[in-house]
Design a binder for this molecule. Structure first.
Ligand SMILES: C[S@@+](CC[C@H](N)C(=O)[O-])C[C@H]1O[C@@H](n2cnc3c(N)ncnc32)[C@H](O)[C@@H]1O
Length: 295
C-alpha cells in the first residue's frame, strides 16, 4: 500500500514539474519581450532546468504556481531573467582580441590621440572576466603612461547577479588556471583559506560595473574607442542584432572598433565597418567614407 501511495506521490510530483507546451511558449515570449533572447525547442531542456531551480528557490510546489507568481510579482521578473541567462565566460577568452588591442589599437591611440581619453565598453560582460582581461591588457601595454590618460572601462550586463560578481572581483582559483604565472602574481591575490582569488584593486579602479539591458535606452553618451560585445547577440534574432549593431555604430568614434564573438557576424551592418581580422571591425568615418584616426 505504502509503495502504491509513494508511486502516486512520484507521479503527482512529476505532473507538478511538467513543462507544458503552453507554459513553455509563455516563458519564451516573456523572456523575448524582456531581453531579446530567443528561446526555441532546442533550449527546452535548459529552460526546464532553470525553471526548476527558480521554482525550488521560491519554495513553490509546481511550475504552474511559480509562473502565476512570476506573472503577479514584478520583483520576481529580474530573478527569473538572471536564472535564464547563459553567462559562460573566462579570462582572456578568444585571446586574439586582446592581442589585437595590445599590438594594434593601443599603439595607434598612443601615437595619435591628442586628448589622452580612452573609453572601452564591455557590453554583456557576464561575471567580469572580459573587462578584467581588458584592464590587464591596458595596464601591461601602457604601463605608467596610463596614469596620464583618462581611461575608463564600462562593463554592463542584464543579469544583476553577474554584475555583482564582477564588481566584487572574487573568483574560484581554478578560473585563472592556465594564465601566465607572472600575470597571476601581478594581478590576482590568492586566499588559500577559501580557494579564491581577488583581482588587484588597481584593475577594479579602471572599471565601472553597471546593470544594463541592451534593449532598453542607454544612459551613457559615448563616444567609445572600442566596444566588446562578444557572445551576446548570438542569443538574439536578426532584427535585434541589426538594430544593436546600428546603435553600437552610433556610439563609436569614427575609426573606433567593434569586437564580436567567434560565431557572430555583422550581417548588413558590415558595410559600415572595415573588417580588421577575425571578428574585429573598424567603424568607417561617415563623413569622409574612410577610417579616421583621432576625433
Ligand atoms: C555568454 S555571456 C558572454 C560573456 C562575455 N562577453 C564573453 O564573451 O566571454 C552572454 C552575456 O550576455 C548577457 N545578456 C543577454 N541578453 C542581454 C541583454 N538584453 N542585455 C544585456 N546583457 C545581456 C547575459 O546575461 C550574459 O552574461
Amino acid at each position: 500500500m505504502g509503495r502504491i501511495l509513494s508511486r502516486a506521490g512520484d507521479q503527482s510530483r512529476r505532473d507538478e514539474h511538467t513543462l507544458s507546451d503552453k507554459d513553455f511558449r509563455y516563458i519564451c515570449k516573456f523572456v523575448y519581450d524582456a531581453t531579446g533572447i530567443v528561446l526555441d525547442e532546442r533550449k527546452r531542456e535548459m529552460v526546464y532546468r532553470r525553471l526548476m531551480r527558480r521554482t525550488r528557490e521560491t519554495r513553490l510546489p509546481s511550475f504552474k504556481e511559480y509562473l502565476n507568481f512570476l506573472n503577479s510579482n514584478p520583483e520576481e521578473s529580474p530573478k527569473f531573467i538572471n536564472a535564464i541567462t547563459t553567462n559562460l565566460t573566462s579570462f582572456f577568452r578568444e585571446n586574439h582580441h586582446f592581442e589585437f588591442l595590445k599590438s594594434t589599437v593601443l599603439p595607434e591611440l598612443l601615437a595619435q590621440s591628442q586628448q589622452r581619453r580612452l573609453r572601452i565598453w564591455s557590453a554583456g560582460c557576464s561575471t567580469g572576466e572580459e573587462p578584467y582581461s581588458i584592464a590587464i591588457t591596458l595596464k601591461e601595454a601602457m604601463g605608467n603612461r596610463l596614469n596620464s590618460w583618462d581611461a575608463k572601462i564600462l562593463a554592463t550586463d542584464l543579469d544583476s547577479d553577474v554584475v555583482a560578481t564582477g564588481k566584487a572581483g572574487i573568483y574560484k582559483a581554478e578560473r585563472i588556471d592556465g594564465l601566465d604565472t607572472k600575470m597571476i602574481k601581478r594581478w590576482f591575490k590568492k586566499n588559500p583559506q577559501n580557494g579564491r582569488v581577488k583581482t588587484a584593486t588597481e584593475l577594479g579602479e579602471l572599471i565601472t560595473f553597471k546593470q544594463l539591458n541592451l534593449l532598453e535606452p542607454w544612459p551613457m553618451k559615448g563616444p567609445f574607442d572600442i566596444i566588446f560585445c562578444r557572445n551576446v547577440v548570438i542569443y538574439f534574432d536578426k532584427p535585434t542584432q541589426q538594430s544593436l549593431f546600428q546603435h553600437y555604430y552610433d556610439m563609436l568614434k569614427p575609426g573606433g572598433y567593434l569586437i564580436i564573438g567567434h560565431s557572430e557576424g555583422l550581417g548588413e551592418m558590415q558595410e559600415k565597418f572595415t573588417a580588421m581580422g577575425k571578428t574585429i571591425f573598424q567603424k568607417i568615418d561617415p563623413l569622409s567614407g574612410s577610417l579616421s584616426n583621432d576625433s
